[in-house]
Design a protein around this ligand. Structure first.
Ligand code: NAD
Length: 276
């Protein structure tokens, strides 16, 4: 198996730095994607209740030939399930669909501040960890103010914050706010949903290292100490996206990519304004 970096989390657990994302992947396709990824050496899969594919992910995990417990599985509590009892029920339902007794990481998917429930939801995740439903707990799409609030009120620090992050939206302030709490940053839409693959700066860096644009971008995340979950359902691309451990970017590459950062580069919703 390819040797892969693990990132230490603030609760003593560790997460494989590169994982497979499965958003917009129907159940039957997820089975094959997860199986292919495990065969390629991935030991980390990122799903969510709202993706509607936890059944398929669970089936893929069982079909992948990797002993249970050796794959790091993340799922997320959807916004409509926020609230203390609701979130605990949602976590149980996710486990049932996945066919697991415990996930490695349970996240609050969005703060959804207009609902006014993310603090109660965080308290439910703290309980879920105590009850053994999740080995680690964290958040997604949390702005610094949301992080401050849950840490201030509960004293329990999320292990990571999964946020939109790619070369065109580098999230320097959010990364610093996470780091100040000892919270790791995980990049969603790390390839800019594919839009960054034709960028000429990325193409140059890729050519210089004899790798593909996707590999150059994934390596950029790795070299920035980010956890990264590229999505593909195409077997050759799933394998390609994991072949990123034999090279590293140099200072010139990092400077060239740093210049792609754009405050307007966000693709997804703004966590403060999203009304879902
Ligand atoms: P991504 O940035 O990973 O891009 C995926 C797309 O890039 C693919 O659909 C494909 O079109 C293309 N691609 C992938 N590998 C390629 C390759 N080697 N060559 C050419 N094209 C390639 O986009 P994403 O799916 O939005 O994000 C990744 C994962 O992040 C998701 O699957 C999900 O797990 C997670 N995510 C989380 C949130 C959240 O709110 N927490 C939001 C979005 C995504």
């Amino acid at each position: 198996m390819t040797e892969q970096p693990l990132v230490a989390l603030n609760d003593g657990n560790a997460i494989p730095q590169v994982g497979l994302g499965v958003w917009q992947t129907p159940n039957d396709v997820a089975v094959e994607a997860v199986k292919t990824a495990l065969e390629a050496g991935y030991r980390h899969v990122d799903t969510a209740a709202i993706y509607g594919n936890e059944d398929g992910v669970g089936e893929g995990l069982r079909a992948g030939g990797v002993p249970p417990g050796e794959v790091f599985v993340t799922t997320k509590v959807w916004n409509e399930d926020q609230g203390y009892d609701e979130a605990l029920r949602a976590a149980q339902a996710s486990l049932k669909r996945l066919g697991l007794e415990q996930v490695d990481l349970l996240l609050i998917h969005w703060p959804s501040p207009w609902r006014g429930k993310y603090l109660e939801t965080w308290k439910a995740l703290v309980q879920a960890q105590k009850d053994g439903l999740a080995r680690s707990i964290g958040v997604s799409n949390f702005e610094p103010e949301h992080l401050e609030r849950i840490v201030g009120e509960t004293g329990v620090v999320p292990v990571l914050n999964q946020i939109e992050l790619h070369p065109r939206f580098q999230q320097k302030a959010a990364r610093a706010a996470n780091a100040a709490h000892g919270v790791r940053t995980e990049s969603w839409s790390p390839l800019g949903q594919g839009r960054l693959l034709t960028d000429p700066v990325i193409a140059n860096v890729a050519r210089k290292h004899g790798v593909t644009p996707a590999q150059a971008i994934i390596r950029w995340h790795v070299d920035n100490d980010l956890i990264v979950i590229p999505k593909s359902v195409t077997p050759s691309r799933i394998r390609e996206n994991f072949e990123v451990f034999g090279f590293r970017l140099d200072a010139d590459d990092l400077a060239a990519i740093a210049a792609l950062d754009d405050p307007e580069g966000r693709i997804g919703a703004h966590p403060l304004h999203a009304k879902f």
